[in-house]
Design a protein around this ligand. Structure first.
Ligand SMILES: Cc1cc2nc3c(=O)[nH]c(=O)nc-3n(C[C@H](O)[C@H](O)[C@H](O)COP(=O)(O)OP(=O)(O)OC[C@H]3O[C@@H](n4cnc5c(N)ncnc54)[C@H](O)[C@@H]3O)c2cc1C
Length: 288
């Protein structure tokens, strides 16, 4: 069996794996950069679909070229009464589509002298002398091994560890285009609690305008159980029609998410040379 070697193995090319590989890629002359192998599962069930990510950042950011929209004014609406809103300067709330982020990072990594990308499923990670050994199944079926001094693993955990609190953040969103101008482009509605509330947990609407007639509108619950597809459709339709009164609109695209929210301790260092990062290391934030 072929045994590859690298200073650093990054498992998974999602948000965390790509961010780390991008940070580790180097061009400075004379400097020594670690050799990095980024291993991601081939297209199939292990690969997540396109997602919309939002986050806060002050000033210019490393991935600004992939930012679709950004807002400096945020609003939260209680079930009744006046909204709470404000300017978040110097921060900006930025939206990145995962496809754009992957494209940007892949373009930069293709020019990097020290980062290589391999398409393979990582089956196991085992601590060995001076590092760890990965067993991998590439799509051509020939098993490979990799010895790396350091391993950063973003593979999702099979199950959530026992915790005091475990809720699901689950949501369904529509990218809409309205017939008339309906959105305030300068403001993101982070949480709009004028939605019908579930028996257990809570729900809210989420509106990210990308133009006067275009927005991502989502219905989100923090609750113990997911809804059926028709349950999400009905809840989102009620929010769009009865609360936002958007009128005639076209649904351009949809997205759905399920993010476990827990206060379980999530160990980040799971061996002398092996670290969990990203959601597997407990880094998911409660936004849409
Ligand atoms: C629609 C949607 C919107 C979201 N919005 C937000 C948001 O705004 N903010 C936020 O914090 N989170 C958001 N999330 C959750 C978000 O996707 C995660 O926070 C983020 O992707 C976590 O990054 P990650 O790198 O840990 O995992 P992922 O991005 O899921 O990456 C894991 C990678 O591991 C790879 N992989 C899995 N198994 C193997 C294997 N055996 N071998 C090799 N590779 C493997 C997969 O191919 C994948 O590329 C959203 C999720 C969805 C679905």
């Amino acid at each position: 069996m072929v045994v590859l070697k690298a200073d650093v193995a990054v498992i998974g090319a999602g948000a965390a794996g790509l961010s780390l590989a991008h940070r580790l890629s180097g061009h400075a002359s004379g400097a020594r950069f670690p050799s990095v192998l980024l291993v991601d599962a081939p297209p199939g069930p292990l690969r997540p679909g396109p997602r919309t990510w939002c986050f806060w950042e002050a000033g210019r950011g490393r991935f600004d070229a992939a930012v679709r929209s950004q807002w400096r004014h945020l609003r939260v609406r209680p079930p009744a009464g006046p909204a709470v809103e404000g300017d978040i300067a110097p921060l900006r709330y930025k939206m990145i589509r995962s496809d754009d982020f992957e494209y940007l990072v892949a373009r930069d990594l293709a020019r990097s002298p020290n980062v290589r990308h391999l398409e393979a499923t990582v089956d196991s990670v085992e601590e060995v002398a001076e590092g760890a050994r990965l067993q991998m199944s590439p799509s051509d079926g020939h098993h490979q091994a990799l010895h790396a001094r350091w391993v950063f693993d973003t593979r999702p955990l099979g199950s959530i560890p026992a915790a005091r609190t475990t809720l699901l953040q689950h949501f369904h969103g529509w990218f809409v285009r309205t017939a008339r101008p309906a959105f305030d482009c300068g403001t993101a509605e982070l949480m709009d609690f004028r939605t019908a509330q579930p028996c257990a947990g809570l729900s809210f609407g989420y509106v990210l305008p990308t133009g006067p007639r275009e927005a991502l509108v989502e219905y989100t619950e923090f609750s113990p159980q997911v809804l059926t597809a028709s349950g999400y459709e009905a809840a989102l339709r009620r929010y769009v029609e009865d609360v936002l009164s958007l009128g005639d609109l076209e649904i351009v695209a949809t997205e759905t998410g399920l993010i476990p929210m827990t206060d379980a301790p999530m160990p980040r260092r799971i061996g002398t040379s092996v670290f969990r990062i990203g959601a597997a290391g407990g880094a998911t934030r409660p936004c849409g």
